[in-house]
Design a protein around this ligand. Structure first.
Ligand SMILES: NC(=O)Nc1ccc2c(c1)=C(Cc1cc(-c3cccc(C(=O)NCCN4CCCCC4)c3)c[nH]1)C(=O)N=2
Length: 304
């Protein structure tokens, strides 16, 4: 097939906006199919020295292309003089965050279903050595059948799959510096960033498990566990484990969130699981009744 250009698409409404990219709904003029096209200004990427992030996103999405469920797909990329273009799946029902905000908080069966799809997607991603590092309800999309698709791999870390369930990954700007003094090359969104990423520049796949705990808490209560007026105050609350459960928070959900939101990432539930699944999390009472083998084929519960 000939290399696509922007002229092959009719660009529609803006459906996403980030520090380094803008996402548009677009229609392929040949097939009539709808896509989400992520556009990055080359000048901005170069000025902010984010070329490595662009490459990581493309590599991570290419590694996940053949995984049938759980992620947006990257169909093709192209560029012109000023911009880079990523042609991605259009997840018609948008961000999980919009649904949480629309209904206030999810019923337990809805939260359980989407927590299970998110865990299943994390298992597939981590099995390929990919750590997302910025999981949040804005980056979790819902396709036309209301199944979950993780987006935005610009912050991802790609490791050797053999290593991902063993050694921690240390953020390093300058390998000659010792671990504590290493600058963090990346920090996620304050409300969902793990303490190890803040504390000593270590991030592992368990950083995504910390975010899973924050997202389960938010689906059930309506708000993330760590929130404050400023980023710094939010970081302080995380490092002090300063959060509490609202009255009536279901006991099984509370127990699982408490086992995910553990400061020491080596003691987080799932941290020592081997193989390509998080058996210790799957078998937690919160997930009682989930049919793990068929979750992606089931009809999702109605969000109301
Ligand atoms: N940073 C990134 O990489 N971002 C990406 C990447 C890929 C991608 C992406 C973002 C997408 C974002 C997206 C945004 C939307 C969207 C935007 C605005 C409105 C709606 C919308 O109204 N959806 C209907 C359902 N809502 C639900 C909430 C209450 C109102 C009705 C969807 C649909 N998909 C997408 O479809 N594919």
């Amino acid at each position: 097939p000939t290399k696509r250009t922007a002229k092959d698409y009719i660009f529609g409404k803006l459906i996403g906006d980030g520090m380094f990219s803008t996402v548009f709904l677009a229609k392929d003029i040949h097939s009539g199919k709808e896509y989400a096209i992520k556009v990055c200004e080359k000048r901005h990427i170069i000025r902010k020295k984010k070329m490595e992030y662009i490459k990581r996103e493309k590599d991570a999405l290419n590694m996940l292309f053949k995984v049938p469920h759980g992620f947006v797909k990257l169909y093709c990329t192209f560029q012109d003089v000023d911009r880079l273009y990523f042609v991605l799946s259009y997840a018609k029902n948008g961000e999980l965050l919009s649904y949480i905000n629309k209904v206030g908080s999810f019923e337990l069966n809805v939260a359980k279903f989407y927590a299970a799809e998110l865990l299943s997607a994390l298992e597939k991603m981590h099995a390929k050595g990919i750590i997302h590092r910025d999981l949040k309800p804005e980056n979790i999309l819902l396709d036309e059948n209301m199944h979950l698709q993780i987006a935005d791999f610009g912050t991802a870390k790609i490791m050797d799959p053999k290593e991902i369930k063993s050694a921690p990954v240390v953020q390093e700007e300058d390998p000659t510096r010792n671990e504590r003094s290493r600058k963090i090359s990346f920090v996620g969104t304050p409300q969902y960033v793990s303490p190890e990423l803040l504390h000593n520049c270590v991030d592992t796949r368990t950083s995504d498990l910390w975010a899973l705990g924050c997202i389960i808490y938010q689906m059930i209560s309506g708000l993330p566990p760590f929130r404050a007026a400023t980023e710094f105050l939010t970081f302080q609350k995380i490092l002090k484990m300063d959060y509490e459960f609202p009255e009536g928070f279901p006991a099984d959900a509370k127990d699982l969130v408490e086992k995910l939101l553990v400061l020491d990432h080596t003691k987080r539930i799932g941290a020592n699981d081997k193989g390509d699944t998080y058996e210790s999390i799957r078998s937690h009472p919160f997930f009682a009744g989930i049919d793990w083998e068929n979750i992606w084929e089931q009809t999702p519960p109605t969000i109301s």
